[in-house]
Each structure stands twice: as structure tokens, then as C-alpha cells.
Design a protein around this ligand. Structure first.
Ligand SMILES: N[C@@H](CCC[C@H](N)C(=O)O)C(=O)O
Length: 301
């Protein structure tokens, strides 16, 4: 009997693109090599990462969150490595659940390795025909940022910039530059100093100003290379930009909101007086299909 084909979908959030593999009961074997094969842009489906959609109760890393969030985002980078969190991924994950009829518009909770995140799926508009595939925005509560004390730098070639070390569930180094072109081709990961500050690697964001409370970034993602967007990175950038601008909602008691442009679109990010960060942006499912299990396992057919 032949092995059944594996359903998948493809989606993106501000062009941070993902292979989505629904596996409610966690029955699929997805070793790093299989993830890298699926995310390969020439020999596979292609993506910056993979969203393995599993019921929290069925996954050993999420079972403890099952009472608060039915679904677990088992996120993998395109090189097959595991990441704690993916901001754009959470929105696309929520969009998948909506499209599959597993959740409706409104609020839902999603378990991630960084903890439970709450998403709000905006009501579909008539302009989108009210369909479940509508491209309305999704807002995600991204938790609190953690800014490390100390001196950090990021360098590309001979250039070196001071950086903020911001954790959004996953690690980020944020450097303000004069011009985004200074980041170079970003084929390889920029050097970070001290490297010991990031024992598990780091995502690196380069940032320029576009106007008041408006910045733009380029990013090199750990485990994926340069991508068109990074949601957690955009949140790290928002917090770093606010502090640089002398704004700390915990001190002022007022919400701070920044527009963060990424190569693949725009995200709007707010920090509340209690320190929680909220991100709003699009999430789109573009295709669905079937994976050949023999190809995935590398078994010649
Ligand atoms: N693109 C994501 C971040 C994905 C994980 C990251 N590469 C890491 O290893 O931490 C986002 O939108 O946040």
C-alpha cells in the first residue's frame, strides 16, 4: 500500500513566507532535513520557514498549554532549525485555522515555544466578499520585550554599529544605520559582538528612520538568511526605536505606536504601559496542495 500524500498550504505575512503543514494529531515525522527540503525554493515548495499545525495536547512541548490554547505553532526555520517564536508566522497560522474552519473571526489563543500568544482576526469586509480567504489584518499580542543591559555591536565587513539586544521570545540584535544598503547583501549572517550574548544565534535587524514614529528595516533571520519581513524583528525594532526616542510607555503611561516598513510590506506595532507589545499586519494563504511522501523522505520512487 502506498504512503498517503501529505496536505500542505503556502502562505505569507508581509512576504515572510511559510509552508504550512496541518498535522492535528502530530503523526508526521518532520526531521530537520525534511523541513529544509520543503522550504527549498528550487527543489521544494519554498519558504522562510514551516508552520507545523498541531493540537497542543498532541505535542510534548505544548501539552502544558493545552488548557489555554488548543493549537500549537511548531515553528521551524528553513534550514530545519527550531525557533521559539515567529510573529508573521502566528498571523499566518491564525489565518490557516480560520480558512480551515477551525476558528472564526475574533479572538483566539495560539501556543508557541515562547508561550501562549493571543491573536485577533479582524472581521472580513464586503470588499473581500466576506470569504474565509479574506486578507484582512490580524493583530497579535506579542508579549513583553526583554532588553539586555550591556554594550553590543553588529558588524558587516569593516562597518560596525552599536546594537540593542532585544528578546521577543526569540533573540534580536537591532542596529540603527544611515542607509539600509550599508547592510550589504546579507547572504551571510552579520557578526554580532559579544557572540556569547547570543548562545543560540540571533536575528539581526538594520533600521533607518522614515519619519516620526516610522522606521524601515532589513533583516537577516537566524536559520533562514535575509527575508522580506520578520514580525518579532519588527517588534524588537519598535521597542529599540522607542527607547532611542526617549519613549517608554511604562514611564509615560501612554501607548506608543510605530509604523515599521519591511521589504515585503508594513506592520503597525504598539507598546502598552504594561510592557506588552501588539503587532498588526496581513496574513494570506496563497495555495494548497499535496506533498509526495517518497520525495519528502528522499526515497526514490
Ligand atoms: N520570521 C519570523 C521569525 C522566525 C524565527 C527566527 N528566524 C528565529 O530563528 O528566531 C517572525 O516573523 O518573527
Amino acid at each position: 500500500m502506498s504512503t498517503p500524500r501529505i496536505p500542505f498550504l503556502k502562505g505569507h505575512g508581509t512576504e515572510n513566507d511559510f509552508v504550512i503543514v496541518p498535522d492535528p494529531d502530530n503523526t508526521l515525522d518532520l526531521p530537520p532535513a525534511a523541513v529544509a527540503r520543503l522550504c527549498d525554493r528550487r527543489a521544494g515548495i519554498g519558504g522562510d520557514g514551516l508552520l507545523h499545525v498541531v493540537r497542543s495536547a498532541a505535542h510534548p512541548e505544548a501539552a502544558g498549554m493545552a488548557d489555554r490554547a488548543e493549537w500549537f505553532m511548531d515553528y521551524r526555520n528553513s534550514d530545519g532549525s527550531i525557533a521559539e517564536m515567529c510573529g508573521n508566522g502566528v498571523r499566518v497560522f491564525a489565518r490557516y485555522l480560520q480558512r480551515a474552519g477551525l476558528v472564526g473571526e475574533g479572538d483566539l489563543a495560539i501556543a508557541t515555544r515562547a508561550g501562549v500568544r493571543r491573536a485577533h482576526i479582524a472581521k472580513s469586509t464586503a470588499a473581500h466578499g466576506g470569504s474565509a480567504a479574506a486578507e484582512g489584518d490580524i493583530t497579535v499580542g506579542m508579549g513583553k520585550s526583554l532588553l539586555a543591559e550591556g554594550e553590543f555591536t553588529v558588524s558587516v565587513g569593516e562597518s560596525r554599529w552599536p546594537a540593542r539586544n532585544v528578546n521577543m521570545g526569540n533573540p534580536h540584535a537591532v542596529a540603527f544605520v544611515e542607509d539600509l544598503a550599508q547592510a550589504g547583501n546579507l547572504f551571510t549572517a552579520p557578526a554580532v559582538h559579544p557572540a556569547s550574548a547570543y548562545p543560540d544565534g540571533v536575528n539581526v535587524e538594520f533600521v533607518v528612520d522614515r519619519g516620526p514614529a516610522h522606521v524601515a528595516l532589513r533583516v537577516h533571520e537566524r536559520g533562514a538568511g535575509e527575508t522580506r519581513s520578520c514580525g518579532t524583528g519588527a517588534c524588537a525594532v519598535m521597542v529599540a526605536a522607542a527607547r532611542r526616542d526617549g519613549i517608554d510607555p511604562a514611564v509615560t503611561g501612554r501607548l506608543a505606536t510605530y509604523t515599521v516598513d519591511v521589504p515585503g510590506g508594513r506592520l503597525v506595532i504598539s507598546e502598552h504601559p504594561d510592557g506588552t507589545v501588539e503587532m498588526t499586519g496581513p496574513a494570506v494563504i496563497v495555495a494548497e496542495g499535496m506533498i509526495d511522501p517518497d520525495w519528502l523522505s528522499g526515497t526514490p520512487s
